[in-house]
Design a protein around this ligand. Structure first.
Ligand SMILES: Nc1ncnc2c1ncn2[C@@H]1O[C@H](COP(=O)(O)OP(=O)(O)OP(=O)(O)O)[C@@H](O)[C@H]1O
Ligand SMILES: [Mg+2]
Length: 308
């Protein structure tokens, strides 16, 4: 199947041009009505933990027996693609088979004019969703870049769930809305919040479906502090005003940085070949991931025990 491969085979390039308007329209219509649950991990701020969350969620769902497709929307930085490439190399080195999501690679458009580039990118994204759905994926998880761009915005329009990791700091509040630092009254939603609202409205009108927006705290300090509590209180207020659900999220743990070069997730540490010592901190981190999946309430997991 064009553009579809196992994790790590991301250097191959066989993306055909999809700019023929009629073909692109048909693919887009099919993709919009996809049966796969589309999850976009996004915010417009760099380094909040999007790629980390995306890969962990993908591996967890795969380990739970779901078929998961992944799309890297960060064409410039390509962290997710690099992560999956590292995973492939690790598997080859230790002759191990790990549960892997499918990957659909989107190549940057080579068109010269902005409107052509945008049409091309829309078509390529729709093609990715269409192809992964045809391959039988229950979930499609897309990892967004840390800045606003056309491809990521288009992908948000297909989302059933948007997960927005935010660092545990007031600096990240601006991503969600302009707030009074003392009262947390929202004077204005951010551009990102408005974009999510727009997606939600369109989804309700054109697809008669709901869009769930979940903001999760990331890199939460282990120790209780006044700042930690204030950030928590502020996010709670913001969630009511801006319209997202709040997830407790992930604590700050060094392990996440160690995992990237290996291409592993917290769920792979007990596999043959892993030299990372499995500790209580990792057990707690896995529980945080389970809690996140529980909170996300994916319809296809209803009644299923969150186990990996
Ligand atoms: N909970 C955490 N504790 C410690 N380090 C973390 C945590 N989550 C992510 N990191 C680390 O923070 C860095 C940025 O994470 P990541 O690449 O997932 O962010 P991102 O939002 O995808 O960034 P970008 O916007 O650049 O794509 C990485 O080195 C990652 O290992
Ligand atoms: Mg990233």
């Amino acid at each position: 199947m064009a553009g579809l491969r196992g994790a790590g085979d991301v250097s191959m390039s066989d993306v055909t041009s999809l700019t023929a308007p009629e073909e692109a329209k048909k693919v887009e219509e099919r993709a919009r009505n996809t049966t796969a649950h589309v999850i976009i991990v996004g915010n417009e701020k760099g380094g909040a933990g999007k790629s980390t969350v995306a890969i962990h969620l993908a591996v967890a769902l795969t380990r739970m027996g779901k078929k998961v497709g992944m799309v890297d929307l960060d064409l410039r930085q390509g962290t997710l693609s690099k992560y999956l490439n590292n995973r492939k190399k690790w598997c080859e080195k230790f002759n191990v088979t790990l549960p892997n999501p499918l990957v659909h690679k989107i190549e940057p458009s080579v068109a010269r004019h902005l409107d052509e580039i945008e049409a091309d990118e829309s078509a390529r994204w729709a093609h990715a969703v269409d192809t992964l759905t045809e391959a039988g994926c229950d979930f499609i998880i897309a990892d967004s870049p840390g800045s606003d761009n056309y491809l990521a915005r288009t992908a948000h329009g297909y989302a059933d769930t948007i997960i927005t990791p935010v660092n545990d700091s007031f600096v990240d509040f601006a991503l969600l809305g302009e707030v009074d630092p003392d009262t947390f009254e929202v004077s204005r939603p951010s551009q990102y919040s408005e974009m999510v609202w727009e997606c939600r409205k369109r989804k309700a009108i054109f697809q008669k479906k709901t869009l769930d927006w979940v903001v999760m705290r990331n890199r939460v300090a282990m120790l209780d502090s006044r700042n930690k509590r204030r950030v928590g209180d502020g996010l709670k207020k913001l969630s009511e005003r801006v319209g997202f659900r709040l997830a407790p999220g992930f604590a700050e743990r060094v392990i996440y940085r160690e995992l990237f070069p290996l291409g592993l997730t917290l769920l792979d540490l007990t596999e043959h070949g892993s030299t990372v010592q499995f500790t209580m901190s990792h057990v707690a981190a896995r529980q945080e991931l389970r809690d996140l999946i529980m909170l996300l309430k994916f319809p296809s997991l209803a009644g299923q025990k969150i186990q990996f």
